[in-house]
Design a binder for this molecule. Structure first.
Ligand code: UD1
Ligand code: CA
Length: 458
C-alpha cells in the first residue's frame, strides 16, 4: 500500500509509574506495541518506523527485525516524535501516524479510515471516536458548519470544550505536503512539549482541509496511559480472544474469568473452567477438560486430557488420554505419554513417564525416565540431588514401587521388579526381583499394657 506508518512510542509513560517502557506492558501476555505492529503490518505499508527513547533498550530489542527504529533524543512531545520518525522514512508517501499505546485498534478500522481519507483527499485526516469519558484525550473542535478547526488537549480546553465527547484517537493520516506544518508547532507552555495535535489549527489557518472520522468504537481506540486503562484494555482483549475460541468450538464456562493468551491453540469440544490461565505458545487438543485454577504455560497437550483443579503445567508435553491433578505440578522438560495418571500433590520435573503409568499421590519425580505400566506408590521420592549435582533415576516397564520409597539416584530399577514399601533404594534392582530395605519389624509382647499401667501410677 502506498503508505508509511510511524508508531510513536518514545514517551516516558510517567502515568504508568513503572520502570518498564509503557508500550512493553503486556495485554493478555503480549506487549501492547506488538499488537499495533501486527495490525499495521497487515496493511502492507512501504515502511514502518517506530519512534523510541534511547534508554528503552528492551523495546529496541523487541523491535529488532520488525520495524525500522528512530530514536527521539528527548521526550519533547508527539510532534517532535513524528519529526524524528519522518527523518528515517525513505519513500515519499502519506503517513499513517499511530500511538504505540493504542493496541486494541483493528485492521478493519484502519482500512475504513484509510478509505475515507482517500475518498475525501484532505491533507490531514484524524480517526476520532465518541466517549463518555473524554478527559484523557484531545477534543475535536468543530465550527458551526461542523468542520474540524482544532484538537484541544485537556489542559488547554475551556470548560465548554471539555464537554465535547468526540476525541482524537492519536491515529492520523498526513499527506507529505502537510508535513512541513510540523515546524510551525510551538512548545506548549504548560506541558513543555510540542503537541502534534496543534498541526490541525495551523493547517486550518493556512486553508488546509482537515477531516475527523468518528468511525470506530471506543473499544477499538482506547489509549493506555495508566494501569487502570491497562486493565480495561486487557479485559477487552481477553473478551476478543475468548470469543474467538468459543466460535471455534471451545467451551469456556466463564469467559470473564478465563485468561488465554493470543498465540494459544485449543481444539474442539475442549471445556475450560473458570480461573484457568493458558500462556505462551501452548497447544491443547480436542475434548480435553481443564478444571478451575489451572495454569498451563508453553505446553503441548493432546486429546482427551483431563487436568484437574489447581494444577500447574510448565513447558511440558502431555499425550492423549492422560489425567493430571488435582494439585499437580509438571515442571519444564516433562513428557507424559498416553493414558498416564498423575494425581494429587505430585511434582514431576524433567522426566518422561511411559504409557499407562500411575503416580497418584504425594510424589516427587525429578530427572527420571519411567517406563510403561509402572505403579509409583504414594510418597515415592526420587532423590536426584546430592547438593552439588543432579542424577538420573531409571525405572523400566511394569515395575511396582511400594509407598514411601526413596530412590537414591543414580539408580535403575529393572523391568518387572517390585520395591517393598518404605524402602530406601541405593543400588540397581535386578529385573523381576523384590527389593526391600527396611529394618525388620519386631514385637515386644505385653509392652503396651505395662506402659499404660506405669503411666497410670504416675
Ligand atoms: C495523545 C494526544 C491526544 C489523543 C491521545 C490518544 C497529543 C498532544 N495528544 O495524548 O490528543 O487524544 O493521544 O490516545 O498528541 N510519545 C513520543 N514522544 C514524546 C511523547 C509521546 O513518542 O515525546 C508517544 C508515546 O509513547 C505515546 C504517544 O506518543 O505512544 C502518545 O503520547 P501520550 O503521552 O500517551 O499522549 P496522550 O496524553 O495520550
Ligand atoms: Ca496515550
Amino acid at each position: 500500500m502506498n503508505l508509511n506508518v510511524i508508531i510513536l512510542a518514545a514517551g516516558l509513560g510517567t502515568r504508568m509509574k513503572s520502570d518498564i517502557p509503557k508500550v512493553l506492558h503486556p495485554l493478555c501476555g503480549t506487549p501492547m506495541i506488538q499488537y499495533v505492529i501486527d495490525t499495521v503490518k497487515k496493511l502492507r505499508p512501504e515502511e514502518i518506523v517506530t519512534v523510541i527513547n534511547k534508554d528503552h533498550k528492551p523495546l529496541k530489542e523487541l523491535l529488532k527485525d520488525k520495524t525500522s527504529i528512530a530514536i527521539q533524543k528527548k521526550a519533547l512531545g508527539t510532534a517532535d516524535a513524528l519529526r524524528t520518525g519522518i527523518r528515517t522514512i525513505k519513500k515519499r508517501a502519506p503517513i499513517l501516524v499511530i500511538n504505540g499505546d493504542t493496541p486494541l485498534v483493528r485492521l478493519e478500522t484502519l482500512k475504513r479510515f484509510i478509505k475515507l481519507h482517500r475518498a475525501e483527499q484532505s491533507p490531514i485526516s484524524i480517526l476520532s471516536f465518541i466517549t463518555e469519558a473524554p478527559s484523557s484525550y484531545g477534543r475535536i473542535i468543530r465550527d458551526k458548519a461542523g468542520d474540524v478547526i482544532a484538537i484541544r488537549e485537556q489542559i488547554d480546553a475551556t470548560p465548554e470544550e471539555r464537554k465535547i465527547k468526540e476525541v482524537n484517537s492519536g491515529i492520523y493520516i498526513i499527506e507529505p505536503e502537510a508535513l512541513e506544518l510540523l515546524r510551525f508547532i510551538k512548545k506548549n507552555i504548560k506541558k513543555g512539549e510540542y503537541f502534534l495535535t496543534d498541526i490541525v489549527s495551523i493547517g486550518v489557518r493556512r486553508g488546509l482541509k482537515v477531516r475527523a472520522y468518528p468511525v470506530a468504537e471506543e473499544e477499538d481506540l482506547l489509549g493506555i496511559n495508566t494501569r487502570k486503562e491497562l486493565s480495561i484494555a486487557s479485559a477487552i482483549m481477553r473478551k476478543r480472544i475468548n470469543e474467538g475460541f468459543m466460535l471455534e468450538g471451545v467451551t469456556i464456562i466463564n469467559p470473564e474469568n478465563t485468561y488465554i493468551e493470543k498465540d494459544v491453540r485449543i481444539g474442539r469440544d475442549t471445556v475450560i473452567y473458570p480461573g484457568v490461565h493458558i500462556e505462551g505458545k501452548s497447544v491443547i487438543g480436542d475434548r480435553c477438560i481443564i478444571y478451575q485454577n489451572v495454569r498451563i504455560s508453553n505446553s503441548i497437550i493432546g486429546n482427551l486430557v483431563v487436568i484437574k483443579d489447581s494444577s500447574v503445567i510448565e513447558e511440558s508435553v502431555i499425550k492423549d488420554g492422560s489425567q493430571i491433578g488435582p494439585f499437580a505440578h509438571l515442571r519444564p522438560g516433562t513428557c507424559i505419554e498416553k493414558n498416564v495418571k498423575i494425581g494429587n500433590f505430585v511434582e514431576v520435573k524433567k522426566s518422561s513417564i511411559g504409557e499407562g503409568t500411575k503416580a497418584m499421590h504425594l510424589t516427587y519425580i525429578g530427572d527420571a525416565e519411567i517406563g510403561r505400566n509402572v505403579n509409583v506408590g504414594a510418597g515415592t521420592i526420587t532423590c536426584n540431588y546430592d547438593g552439588f549435582k543432579k542424577y538420573k533415576t531409571i525405572i523400566e516397564d511394569d515395575v511396582f514401587i511400594g509407598s514411601d520409597t526413596q530412590l537414591v539416584a543414580p539408580v535403575r530399577i529393572k523391568q518387572g521388579a517390585y520395591i517393598g514399601a518404605g524402602s530406601t533404594i541405593t543400588k540397581d534392582v535386578p529385573e523381576h526381583s523384590l527389593a526391600l530395605s527396611r529394618t525388620p519389624q519386631r514385637h515386644i509382647p505385653e509392652w503396651a499394657k505395662k506402659h499404660r499401667q506405669k503411666a497410670k501410677k504416675g
